[in-house]
Design a binder for this molecule. Structure first.
Ligand code: ATP
Length: 280
């Protein structure tokens, strides 16, 4: 009897499992996005209206709600356009920027030294380091450089009043791809009103792509890192270097030179979505 039931219904079980996994994955991918909040709002309204209408049997309103639901279905790709674009570009790209060999490790060291120098001199700077998602659309808003990374060039570019200092720099494949780029400014509400445009742009570009943004504050010289829209502020030199190693070397073959084996749990970054928008 039990065997027969199992034989008749195992497909239902597998189907439920597949659906549960798919729904959970979609929820994970979209839960911290702007579109998710809109969708939750719409679903809540739709469910409430349906419940009320099923109680009172208002025929005309019910007809209208059904049509509106169909319209909503067609508008979903528009509501989720940024999220879908991200998901598709993740699918279509390969890892372009991993720090697995010596030259890449050298680059990381030079980059960190440059950031520390900028910080000591209080020269404001914003870098977006490309990972899987192509940053070309942002490069096109600035001036193309395609130059080898050097601390001197970084200082020259971000030095106040020079033609390229305004905006952010895109780093792709260890090169300074472009400078004076305009990044999307985050529209999310920030609890800390002291966060200016440079930091908001870092939050914005990391919300829309998987890049790592590094910010040097002109006002305080503080170094911050932003990933997935989460800003880690005032890191200090040691913490900054440790975080960079953790981000870029963590997946390498047994952490080559300089990579911390096990970082302080305090430093560990939990999935950005589970955390506050800004952490100090
Ligand atoms: N959308 C943007 N994309 C890239 N860079 C931007 C953008 N908006 C502003 N910036 C940069 O930020 C600078 C202004 O920084 P602002 O003082 O508002 O920010 P902040 O976060 O308080 O930084 P700081 O601590 O350095 O003052 C601009 O001069 C420009 O270089």
């Amino acid at each position: 009897m039990a065997w027969e039931q199992l034989r008749d219904h195992w497909r239902d079980g597998v189907e439920i499992l597949i659906l549960a996994v798919a729904i959970y994955q979609i929820y994970r991918a979209f839960r911290a996005t702007r579109g998710a909040r809109i969708l939750v709002g719409l679903v809540v309204i739709l469910v409430s209206v349906t419940l009320i209408l099923s109680q009172f049997e208002f025929q005309v309103i019910w007809w209208l709600v059904q049509r509106a639901a169909i319209l909503l279905l067609f508008s979903l790709p528009i509501i989720f356009q940024p999220e879908l674009r991200n998901a598709l570009s993740k699918l279509g790209s390969s890892r372009l920027f991993n720090f697995s060999n010596k030259s890449q490790l050298d680059f990381l060291e030079v980059f960190e030294d440059s950031v520390v120098m900028l910080s000591k001199k209080r020269i404001g700077a914003l870098f977006a380091i490309e990972r899987d998602i192509d940053l070309k659309p942002f490069e096109e808003t600035g001036v193309r450089l395609n130059a080898d990374f050097s601390p001197e060039l970084a200082m020259t570019i971000f030095f106040p009043k020079t033609p390229l200092h305004d905006g952010g720099m895109v780093i792709a494949d260890k090169k300074m791809s472009a400078a004076a780029c305009v990044f999307p400014v985050s529209q999310r509400e920030l609890s800390d009103r002291s966060i200016g445009l440079r930091h908001r742009a870092a939050i914005g570009v990391t919300e829309e792509t998987d890049c790592v943004a590094v910010i040097v504050s002109e006002e305080t010289g503080a170094i911050s890192i932003c990933i997935e829209g989460v800003l880690e502020r005032n890191l200090g030199e040691e913490k900054f270097r440790a975080r960079m190693a953790q981000i870029f070397l963590a997946n390498d073959d047994k952490n080559e030179k300089g990579a911390p084996k096990e970082l302080d749990p305090e430093d560990r970054v939990a999935a950005a979505r589970d955390r506050d928008l800004v952490s100090d």
